[in-house]
Design a protein around this ligand. Sequence first.
Ligand SMILES: C[S@@+](CC[C@H](N)C(=O)[O-])C[C@H]1O[C@@H](n2cnc3c(N)ncnc32)[C@H](O)[C@@H]1O
Length: 683
Amino acid sequence: MSRLAPLSEEPINEEEQHSNSSNGSNNTKYSSKKGLSWKHWLKNHLSLVFFINKKSDLKTLLSVLGCPLFPVPLLPKQPLNQVCSSAQYIIQHFTAAAGCRKLEGRVKNIFATGKVTMGMGDDFGGSAGSVAIAGAGASASLGGVSEKGCFVMWQMVPNKWLIELVVGGHKVVAGSDGNLAWRHTPWLGSHAAKGSIRPLRRALQGLDPIAVASVFSTAQYVGEKRISDIDCFVLKLAANQTDLADRSDSTAEMIKHVIFGYFSQRSGLLVYLEDSYLTRIQSPGTQPTYWETTMATKIEDYRAIEGVMIAHSGQSSVIITRFGDNLKAGLSITRMEETWTIDDLAFNVAGLSLDCFIPPKEVQKDSYPVDENLDWRSPLRRYSRCLISRLQSLHLQKRQLCSTATHNGKPSQPSPPSIQVALTESAGRGVFATRRIRASDLIHTAKPIITHPTLSTLNSVCYFCLRKITSSSQYFQHHNARFCGEVCKDNAKAFYDVERRADWSAFNDYCRSQGLKYPLLVKRLACMIISGAESADSIYILQPASLSPEMILELSLTLQVLNKQWYTNVLARIRINAFRIELAGGLYEDLLSSAAASIESEIAVGNAIYMLPSFYNHDCDPNAHIMWIDNADARLMALRDVEEGEELRICYIDASMARDARQALLSQGFGFQCNCLRCSSGD
Ligand SMILES: C[S@@+](CC[C@H](N)C(=O)[O-])C[C@H]1O[C@@H](n2cnc3c(N)ncnc32)[C@H](O)[C@@H]1O
């Protein structure tokens, strides 16, 4: 089994990677050779930080900042009620402030997605005195490489976790099954971590308050300190000697690993973390070299999720210092920074299975049964299975999320799902084909979560499914709303009863006069939530847009249950995920030709929000298309043959527009620069 070396959270030598691959040696062989030559070891683990080229900066950043572990393991059981030291008093204050009691015994798993920006500073040689420890408010612009990315994190209480982080096209995956922690990088393959099973540091940065309380409940109180204008109590934890010895090897000795938690005296919350570890590198007959890695993290933007305070953003600064008598150039310092934001966090995602946490084959302990069917190399697949089961658990009971392909609309035997949701390199999550899909295949259908007619079609389409109501069709008039039949009337009953309690005429008039359509969807969701038909966070898994203050229109005061923050959160998601519904009508067999015509010939009957279709990214020359025949049930069709593994993309806008107009619309409406092949070719 290959193990991560003590400095494993530090850089990886790219040259080594190339020479390994050109020699045809695999990663396991590579790591097993490590202990044989100290020069080899140094070359692999040490030198790169100080001879960095831009190409390797990103790997260095990911190695150090990507998924570091906390210095100490979690306690088997969190002593929430013990108060026999100052530290425990501070933790009591923290658990009350963070709302941990609401989660006590109730949380089985946690899911989080977020974005990161990582930056690498210039190196500093022999000038330690002039370099301050980067702390809160440190500049994000260090002058070196800076890259954006995103991550997905799963945790199963108490100590199983999985993280996937993609930055600038590089992906790092790390996990723990509770017995073994491991990491996979494209340049080193999979390695197990040394020492006891420790939590992911990222989870302790305000995402998992129960774990924070657990690890710090045995901490030592070391005083008070003002940090970023916040008066804090400081708690200290240190890795024990046995664990440090386990994490050492013949070349590198782990001397200490300590962490300080800064808890706000006012709010009780964890606002700052600072950890540092010191490693001594010595080979026979040479002077030792010392490496100190210090990571300081500012934790901010606490927001309540299910009544629990979760930090939604922060910054980490890393300083790696190398010193020792044998360094001719003297002391060297390298700096890195990361800022992050959390997009989505959920507790108790249904369907998350233990399979998600099984380590890759290369690092498994012997105790694992061999299952040839599991694809160890692709944790993303496992992630997307989890994600899809989350989507299903949220919506399956009420809506069928069909994901089997049929050819030309003809029903086929049930077959495995033809799609999966996974991370793309540069457009967040996306939908990928899991097998070959032929042109004109129906990829899947999707029921809407929220619908609303346009204000001009209120009297001519069903208030629930948006089907057109003709003079000859049978329909139900229910107060001011029309429904195409009894089924829709019944389905709408709960939210419509809530909606009727308020007078919406001023709200509707305002939306009409301003040409606003998304607030209508927010209104409908609000009524669904109040009626109990949906949960308040039902669309939080979708990507949010940035909203300007002008875009935010508050809902009527009659809906006091849902506050402005909720309104803003929902509107930000609806803005980039709502579909404008244009009914194609006609025969099913004519779908493709209707699709081509629909952009010009059809008038929108309303707008709707879906779950799975919202994960489709955009392309100006798409390989898939979303369409509606006679109501808001969506059909995702393949426009051409799609190979297994290929991303399925739809076109968000009128593809017949000129390049500049398309670019402007996508940038203003959806907040991204389109780099699709068609745009890149200038078409
Ligand atoms: C409807 S969402 C698509 C799913 C989204 N990627 C996610 O992770 O949930 C639309 C957002 O995805 C991103 N996106 C979609 N297509 C893109 C593209 N071609 N290039 C870059 N970003 C894209 C943009 O941030 C856009 O606002």
